[in-house]
Design a protein. Structure first.
Length: 433
């Protein structure tokens, strides 16, 4: 996983304060990964640096994971624009479209260090633990366990675009063992669970508390979260109305949506009302853009609920009369916020493991393309532009290992995508809507 000829390479020692240091730590590992060295106003490929990094040993209650796969998400591009101090809510309205930077807001502040290792979700094997054998029962994790996790963005060395990452044990989810010969979950699949599947799971079952027989409108149905949300909603018996761009209509229909609207040619609110005899849907899951939440809330029935994922609405949209007039309940999902305390951090494990369980039981399937970790810049450009369908996962973290060692990295259910052309969606495709 060395630096390519077209990618600058450097060397960093990162300590817990997020500052570079020339002093190596005891039991530290020297490995390769991708970093962002300083805050940028908005994502650009040059911000990503292929670097040699010193990953510290796991501290108390932590593990060090050997990564085999890392899923790429829009927030990976947004993280590069987080200033040194931003709100603990992480996002501001409009940032979901990459048009602004995270701002300081009233309330508790979280420190986001630079430089930092990129990547927020991944899967691999526990390489070492930060406790002795007497503590193993407390954490229920051992060296060699296969795990998936959501990285803590406030830490400099926990990112997943690296051969190794240090993670809180509370935030890990065990990848379940196969129950028969057909439900084995490989690392590529597992790496997509914490962020996309986890967010869809929390939005539907914790925030919206969906009930069988009800109706839901999902805006942004072809993206990573949206494609899982459509399938989970159908799995529990909802009538699913969804919107996406023209090129993705067949794809979203194949996921099981009952009605799919091309937002480029249709008034999706009008369509929702017509398909519900003007009553309105019971739930709205806003995945395309927080700026569309107030508009799409008009598709809700009186007393309905909306959950917004790209970030909080701005003040004007949040104060829109539709929420008061229709007595609408509003909620948000920010899984990274669960790292805020030891109590909430433990919830991450249940979210990840429940998502893995549902996937293993066939509740949903994934549209996944894979690319070598060396192609971080190419993949990030596609995902940041909103032109990715489903998920793109980085692999080839340890290319020197024999096929027998990391055969679990990718199953035969997917093909390896390596040429740049196949990473780019058709012109006009905006899977983030």
């Amino acid at each position: 996983m060395g630096a390519g000829t077209s990618q600058p390479s450097s060397s960093h020692d990162i300590n817990g304060n997020g500052r570079t240091s020339g002093k190596a730590l005891g039991n530290a590992l020297r490995c390769h990964g991708w970093m962002v060295s300083k805050c940028v106003r908005q994502w650009k490929a040059a911000a990503a640096i292929n670097s040699e990094i010193t990953i510290p040993p796991p501290g108390k209650g932590q593990v060090r994971v050997k990564l085999y796969a890392a899923a790429v998400n829009p927030v990976d591009a947004k993280r590069a624009a987080f200033g040194y101090q931003v709100s603990s809510s992480l996002f501001t309205g409009g940032l979901s479209r990459g048009t602004g930077v995270a701002s300081t807001m009233l309330g508790p502040e979280t420190l986001f260090p630079f430089p930092y290792v990129m990547g927020v979700e991944g899967a691999g094997v526990i390489e070492s633990v930060g406790w002795d054998s007497s503590k193993e029962l407390q954490y229920d994790f051992h060296v060699g366990d296969r795990v998936a996790f959501l990285a803590d963005m406030s830490q400099p060395f926990g990112g997943t675009f690296c051969q190794y990452a240090v993670v809180h044990a509370d935030a890990l989810g065990k990848i379940p063992a196969p129950t028969d010969g057909n439900d084995f979950i490989d690392f590529v699949e597992a790496s997509t669970m914490p962020c996309s599947a986890g967010a869809a799971y929390v939005a539907l079952f914790d925030k919206l508390r969906v009930e069988r027989g009800r109706s839901i409108f999902i805006s942004g149905a072809s993206g990573g979260v949206g494609s899982v949300a459509v399938q989970l909603a159908k799995y529990v018996g909802l009538c699913v109305l969804a919107s996406c761009s023209t090129v993705n209509v067949p794809y979203v229909s194949s996921l099981g949506a009952d009605f799919v609207f091309d937002y480029t040619t249709n008034n999706v609110v009008k369509e929702c009302l017509e398909h519900t005899q003007s009553v309105g849907v019971d739930y709205v899951l806003e995945l395309a853009d927080a700026a569309l939440a107030a508009k799409h809330a008009e598709a809700l029935r009186f007393g309905g609920s909306i959950c917004v994922l790209p970030g909080p609405m701005n003040a004007n949209d949040a104060n829109s009369g539709v929420f008061f007039r229709k007595q609408i309940s509003v909620s948000y999902v920010c899984l990274a916020g669960l790292y805020g305390s030891e109590v909430t951090r433990k919830l991450l494990r249940s979210v990840v493991e429940e998502s893995l369980r549902l996937y293993q039981n066939g509740a949903f399937r994934l549209h996944v393309e894979t690319a070598s970790i060396e192609r971080v810049r190419d993949v990030m450009d596609v995902v940041a532009s909103g032109h990715a369908r489903g998920k793109i996962v980085l692999t080839d973290f340890h290319p020197t290992e024999s096929p027998g060692v990391d055969a679990a990295v990718g199953s035969r259910r997917r093909k390896q995508v390596r040429d740049a052309a196949k990473l780019t969606a058709p012109a006009g495709d905006a899977a983030a809507r």
